[in-house]
Write a protein that binds this ligand. Structure first.
Ligand code: MLT
Length: 312
């Protein structure tokens, strides 16, 4: 009998698979941390999680049982992979399940910024009929810069093209041929795109190379009025630079779905004009959550029963 621990709320469709599967026992224990997490992890052969729980080296201290950790989602940054590997624990993710939902959310943030939707809605519910204040900008004919042309970046590009935007993309792995096939213009550096774009969206993981990728020095190079979006990982933009950019008028708007520390209820950008913020909702659709839960549970069961590893 293989024992599986469900550490975060996942879609019912994933739980249904666990219910139906022979030789699998499972338990749902959410909100664990510290000693409770450490001891729970040692009672199970595999675990599935989203981003609500942090698996640190301490969480795995003394673990002799756990064999696989599956992230129902893309980013495995809440799992200490080096510590897992040292203990022979395989870490897998579900890289495709929430691609479209995240791309749609980033695009929605861009449109919300362009048409002042959250502020206009708030103003109306507060009793004001203020049409002049919320003059917007069309996205058609504007230029969008995309940093990171993986699955999500490419979905953004196809949506932007459908909205009649010009797209400039930076990704060290993107070839000229791929760029041409997608319909975007490739640049060799982020700096090269900055003076040309009206909107910027980033779709990279947070790594030492991408941390603070857009900071004070980069904002010196942008076209005034640039609107920026982050639905990838907090820390890719330097928050102080964004605040300064908004105050100086260099930036026309900032939309964030992700933060350096989450949960985040306190950020210097919250409440500033021309800022739209959501609480890490990129993958929060019924469709994406069903897909990542089902895919993640299948990965875990397959590994425990056959040793097959995918997306590690
Ligand atoms: C991911 O990495 O899959 C997304 O950011 C969504 C999430 O953290 O749940």
């Amino acid at each position: 009998m293989h024992r599986i621990l469900v550490l975060d709320d996942i879609a019912q469709e994933g739980i249904d698979i666990l219910e139906a599967e022979a030789n699998i026992e499972y338990e749902v224990r959410t909100g664990l941390s510290g000693e409770a997490l450490r001891s729970a992890l040692n009672e199970f052969d595999g675990a599935i999680l989203r981003s609500g729980v942090k698996i640190t080296a301490e969480s795995l201290e003394g673990n002799t049982r756990m064999r696989a950790l599956v992230r129902a989602g893309v980013g495995t940054d809440n799992i200490d992979k080096a510590a897992s590997t040292r203990r022979g624990i395989v870490v897998m993710n579900t890289p495709a399940g929430n691609t479209v939902s995240t791309a749609e959310h980033a695009f929605a943030l861009m449109l919300a910024l362009s048409r002042n939707i959250p502020a206009a809605s708030q103003s109306l519910v507060e009793g004001r009929w203020d049409r002049k204040k919320f003059m917007g900008k069309q996205v058609a004919g504007k230029t969008l810069g995309i940093v990171g042309m993986g699955r999500i970046g490419r979905e953004i590009a196809s949506r932007a093209i459908a909205f009649e935007m010009n797209v400039i993309a930076f990704d060290p792995f993107l070839t000229d041929e791929q760029a041409a096939a997608i319909g975007v213009n490739r640049v060799a550096t982020v700096d090269e795109m900055l003076p040309q774009i009206d909107y910027l969206t980033v779709h990279t993981p947070l790594t030492p190379e991408t941390k603070g990728l857009i900071g004070h020095a980069q904002l010196e190079k942008v076209k005034p009025g640039l609107r920026v979006v982050n639905a990838a990982r907090g820390g890719i933009y330097d928050i102080n630079a964004l605040v300064e950019g908004l105050n100086s008028g260099k930036l026309g708007g900032v939309a964030l779905d992700v933060y350096e520390k989450e949960p985040c209820t306190d950020n210097p950008l919250f409440g500033m004009p021309n800022v739209v913020c959501t609480p890490h909702l990129g993958a929060s659709t019924e469709e994406a959550q069903t897909q990542v839960a089902v895919e993640g549970i299948h990965l875990l069961i397959k590994y425990l029963k056959t040793g097959e590893i995918r997306h590690s």
